[in-house]
Design a protein around this ligand. Sequence first.
Ligand SMILES: *Cc1c(COP(=O)(O)O)cnc(C)c1O
Length: 377
Amino acid sequence: MNSDYPLVPYEPPSWASRLTFIPKHRIQFANRNTPIQRWHLPGIPEDFQVLLKRDDMTGSVLSGNKIRKLEFLLADAVEKGCEVIMTCGGVRSNHCRATAIASCQMGLDCHLFLWSRTQDLQGQFTGNTLLDRMVGSNFYLVPHECSFQTEILPRMTQLQEHIKDTTGKKSYVVPLGGSNSVGVWGYIDCFQELVSQGLLEKVTDVVVASGSSGTVTGLAIGNFLTGNNLKIHGMAVLGDAAYFHFEADQILQDLGLQATDGSSGVKAADIMDIVEGAKGIGYGLSTPEELECIQEIAMTTGILTDPCYTGKAAFHTMRLMREDPGRFKGKEILFIHTGGWFDLFSGVMSSAVDGKTSAENKVTDWMELTDKVPVVQ
Ligand SMILES: *Cc1c(COP(=O)(O)O)cnc(C)c1O
């Protein structure tokens, strides 16, 4: 363990003190109070105003939403005396990259189980996988149809036992996307940041890309405990509303906000609006329209969004504003940019940039310049 990353005592916001599980420590990784700016998304109805919270600026290589969760999860691992971290995600996973880098910085070993459609990356390490490899994480490619519960978890357990027997080291499993009653504190705590940034008075709705559910659940809990001033929307880039409600209800139970049989207390469905359909043709897959939208947002606003999460979420937020504006509580929208930049280097965007997009970003042979620009002799 590296003493440069000490456990720091954690004080929850006063409104969260009634929760029955409160982490005692965290490890400070994230840059807090991430900037808020106006975001002039192209082609949305004029009466909507969008503010952007730059959680893509929580760090550089650790950037995005996952690092807020890992502050609590990795503190929990250290408190439990674990020196090996294991987690699972898609091969392009931002969560796995953040886990690998944070673990490396702390001097912990990291093992990543990565769902992949190909079992051979043929040395093609791009985007997040390049960074995973650079920090020396152990890397297992898992066929993308494998189930976490019945296939991957038993293998992880086997590996943990093997590591324990051969090195004496104890392992800690970080759940998918870091979403459980520990990781969710990253966004319960972030809700306090929204309060302190004065956003409760400025916005009516919060929109965030949602995958493993922890981010939207943390925000929804914060909103619920502080009086339900906002409407919290999760743009589901995988799964359906039932899946998100199931995962979130589990966390509500673990925090004492819902009876363990679900018979009383707060229900996830009452405190969050899950927008189905934001996954488009499937998790991690993009339509030409989505990629062109990412490209258009980049060209008109200079803000880069990723194809797997934030770009899809922005695409569907813009669609909702045009087609179903009543879905929002009001017209002042806070979009949380949850990061994901490195996926722009996975190759997925190339077709949109190289292909049939507007002439504005065409690459011109520089020799052609002489025909267009007068050459001074
Ligand atoms: C993981 C991720 C999300 C989704 O957050 P969850 O807590 O898993 O729902 C959104 N955006 C980006 C860039 C992510 O990496």
